[in-house]
Structures are given as C-alpha cells and as structure tokens.
Ligand binder design. Sequence first.
Ligand SMILES: Cc1cc2nc3c(=O)[nH]c(=O)nc-3n(C[C@H](O)[C@H](O)[C@H](O)COP(=O)(O)OP(=O)(O)OC[C@H]3O[C@@H](n4cnc5c(N)ncnc54)[C@H](O)[C@@H]3O)c2cc1C
Length: 549
Amino acid sequence: MTEAVEQTPSPSPFHRGEQTVQQRLGVREQMERFGSRVIRDYMPDQHREFYRLLPFIFVGHADKGGWPWASILFNQPGFITSSDAKTLDINALPVTGDPLADALHPGTRLGLLGIELPTRRRNRLAGHIAERADDGIRLTVDQAFGNCPQYIQTRELERVDTAAMPRTRVEDIVELDSRARALIQQSDTFFVASYVDNGSGEASEGADVSHRGGRPGFIRVDNETTLTIPDYLGNNHFNTFGNFIENSRAGLLFLDFENGHLLTLTGTVEIIWDAPEAEHFEGAQRLWKFHVDHGRWINDALPLRWKLDEYSPNTLLSGTWNEAAQLREADAQRNQWSDYAVTKVVEESSVIKSIYLEPRDHPAPKFKPGQFLTVKIPIAGRDTIRTYTVSSAPADAIVRISVKRERASETDLPDGLCSNFIHDQLKVGDVIQAKAPCGAFTFDASEQRPAVLLAGGVGITPMVSMARHALVEGVRTRYIRPITLISSASNRQQRAFFEELNDIAAQSAGSIRSFWALSQVDSDMEPGCGLPPARSDNPAVPTGCLAAG
Ligand SMILES: Cc1cc2nc3c(=O)[nH]c(=O)nc-3n(C[C@H](O)[C@H](O)[C@H](O)COP(=O)(O)OP(=O)(O)OC[C@H]3O[C@@H](n4cnc5c(N)ncnc54)[C@H](O)[C@@H]3O)c2cc1C
C-alpha cells in the first residue's frame, strides 16, 4: 500500500511510488526540480554515442505472470545503434534460458542500464519494444537519464572463444542452493529489476533495471530463500524503491564474472525503513529483504569474463554484514574495558602528543566525531582513569587520542599524572584499556548549515576529528558541510595539527577553512604565513596562520 502523497501534476518525471518515497525521505521538491531538468523523453546525443560503444547492456522486464527479471544482452561494440533520439536498435537476443526471450514482442516495456565498467559511466533508459527483428529489437524511448558512478567497481572485459565453451545449461531453482549462496555472499555487484504499471500510461511507469554495488559480504543470505540488502545513499530518484512500494516484486541478476554463469532470480521484496540492524552497517540508510520465488542458473551463459580492477571509493567506505555484527557486539560491550595496543606516538606540538591505538581482538569502536575515549592506564601500580577526545575520524582504521602535557601551575604541586606518563613513558607496543567512545558533543556532517568551530589549545582535538569526518563524508556523499575552524595556541611551537588541517582544507577545495590565532608571534611570521600555494581554481581558499593577538 502507498501512503497518501500530494501528486505533482503531470507530467512529473516520477510516478506515484517514486514521489511517495521522495516525500517520505524529504527530497520531494528538490527531486522534482532536478528530475524535470535531467530526465528526458529522448536520448541526448551523448547517450546515443555512449550506447554505441557498449559491448553489453542490462535489461529489466516483467514476464506474463508479472514477475520482474534482470537480463544481460551482449554482442560486439556497435550492437546498439540509434537512428534518432527516440529510437534504439539492439542487435542481440537473450541467452538460452533467459526469461526475457519470451517477452520480446511489440509493446513490452523494458528498463535499460548501459554501464561501462572500466570507466564507471552509466546511463538509464525506459522504453517499449516498437519492433521485433530476427536478430534483435527496436526500442522507442520513454525516459532517458544519466546516472552517477557511485558503488561501481571497475572491471576489464575479456572475451572467450564461444567455440571452446560448453553448451549453456539451464537449471530451474526455487531456493538458493549452496552454489547460489556462495556466489551471492562473495558478490560486489548485482542488478535489480522492478516494474510498475498502474495503468496511467505515463512514461515514468514501466520496467527499471538498476545496479547495486558494495563490498563482498554486503548481501546477507538469511536462509535458502531470503536475502537482506542495505540501501546506500544514491541519486534520490528512488526508481527502484518507488517501484517496490507500488509492486513488491523484483528480479535479481548475479553474474559470475570469472566463469560466465548467470544466476537470475525473481521474488518479492520487503522494505525495512527504520531497521535497527542498519545502525551498525556502515553506509546503510535502510534495508530491504528479497524472498526468492523462483529462478535459474544459466550455466556457461556468457562468452565474457571480467577481471576486477578496483573497488569504487564509495564502496570502500561502506560496510559488510560481518562488520555490522562485530560493531553491534562492540556496542553491546561499550561499558566494558577493552585492550588497545599503542602503534604509533606522534609529536604534534611542543606540548601535545598523539597516541595511535589499535583495538586488540575486537573491532574498532563505532563513534561520532567529537566523542571521547575513557582510558585506564596503570601508573605506579594504580589504575588511572582519564578521558581523551578521539582526534581521528570514524572512518580511520585506528583510534587516535592527542594528549597535552599538564604541568603544575605552581612549583610545589605535582605535574599532571596521566598526561606526563603518556608523554614520558607510554611507548609503541604498550597496551592500555579503554571503554568505547561516548559523549554528546558531536558533529553531523550531513547538515546543510555551515559550522563554525572554535578551539583553544588542546581543545582542538574534537575539531580535528570533525574536519576529517566532514572530508571523508564528502567522498561518500558528494557533500562537504562547510566548516570554518578557528584555533588558537600560545605560539608556533604549541600549534598542533597545523599541517593536517591545512591538508584537509586544501582537499576540501574551499568547503573547510582553517584559521589560527597565536598569542605570541615569532618575528618571521606574517598574517597568512604557512599558507599552501594559492590554488588557481579557487584562490580564496584561506588556510594557515592568519592572526596574532
Ligand atoms: C570530555 C573530556 C575530553 C578531554 N579531552 C582531552 C584531550 O583530547 N586531550 C587532552 O590532553 N586532555 C583532554 N581532557 C583532559 C584529560 O582528561 C585530563 O584531565 C588531563 O590530561 C589531565 O590529566 P592528568 O592526569 O595529566 O592530570 P591530573 O593528575 O589529573 O592533574 C590535573 C591538573 O591538576 C594539577 N594538580 C595535581 N595535583 C594537584 C593538587 N594537589 N592541587 C592542585 N593542583 C593539582 C596538575 O598539575 C594538573 O595541572 C579531556 C577531559 C574531558 C573531561
């Protein structure tokens, strides 16, 4: 069932289901504006040229029983041509056993995904079959749009001699056999077909096929018929989820990239909008479950092989189900002491040292930038407990704390116990104990509001974590929350993280700006000293030491 949604008068590029999801997730208006600009009822020349270069294309359709399937069509590059902006000719037929073969007649609505794996380029198209020829189909375009390259792993294509290939063998299945479970568990890519036809006849309805990528282990095989799949941040069109809420059936296609087998499944889906399980899965916005109804192994289907080149940067920032389980476990043990080994000690300034900590026999804890670690260090035979803000970002592989040496303000008082021990005695290889990070002074990198962060002395530690996090999130979400960071220190010698923050600012191309105020300035310092060379494309990026009190 769909929720009530205020329909945008036709012709919206999005159908009712897509609009409902966009509204639910707060992107409705912005997507209507964006979609009207980028979703066309014809192919721009760039798309037509792109399709001509492809050696394969993915196709979604629904069979006579209404079950969606995702398929692949392939041939030599040039097998897809376009005589005009509304027409696409595909000179290829489905492989033996592909359910698409029974649907190649005029009027069938198809979703197409052209994807170039070496470059991550992709374009999407919805259309219907205008003509069926002996060796292919002619398609009339209903909707065409470009797609971002997120989560696409690059792969190089190789062809094998078809004469040397065994004959294609089709095996019908109604549940996932051990081979299917193994392929799914190691897959970093699959394709999902969905279908909606509310009878409106609008171009936004019909079939869709979409790419899904993640790290191997991102799909959980719950049992012989059920998969649980995270949904990552995408282009906010919600073509797939929009179809799901109108028609809860989907087709999944898994490619055995190394051996040329296909596993094609069709079944029903269940969306889990607010899954507690997603909380520990890095990058998961929500989850969906796929229940297999039936499917097929199409063995030796393809004379194509793909060699994995590299994972997409977004993929590398996402999680796996194993990691999610470990993080959940770690969360459950938040209040317990865990061992951390000191792997590096770095002098950040004359008074601040960073200690790099690696969890021993437990995963790195999940935390928010700004949170602090409670540590327990045996000093002179007694456990000493102190709190130190984590100065690394949640995505960093290690946990870093940065500690200022506390000297006594008066000569007859003792120096700070823990900070002096850390500075003078803690060394690489030592093991200390810590509880999982906590604290409410945190930073949300997804907020649109610019942030001004003010730091004095060692108070800079949470800000470094926040700035690092904002930059990393920029890679994942393509949005860097604007930050102006103003830090103060007594003098140049005590100024910690100067280079690190300058690097972050430079990489953010102007979204993150770092300013310093020093109370004692050396005679060779000038406002702006230490700035990296001005960037010609953005000369206004201000970083460095700007002011002296
Ligand atoms: C949420 C939070 C986050 C923090 N994050 C950081 C961080 O990122 N980096 C960081 O460096 N610190 C941080 N701190 C501070 C840190 O927890 C410690 O308080 C700091 O390191 C001092 O601990 P110490 O054992 O060295 O000093 P202590 O032995 O606890 O002494 C503290 C001060 O008291 C003085 N003193 C000792 N005995 C006496 C006495 N008898 N009479 C009068 N004065 C005395 C000492 O000279 C010293 O200056 C944070 C604190 C909190 C609460």
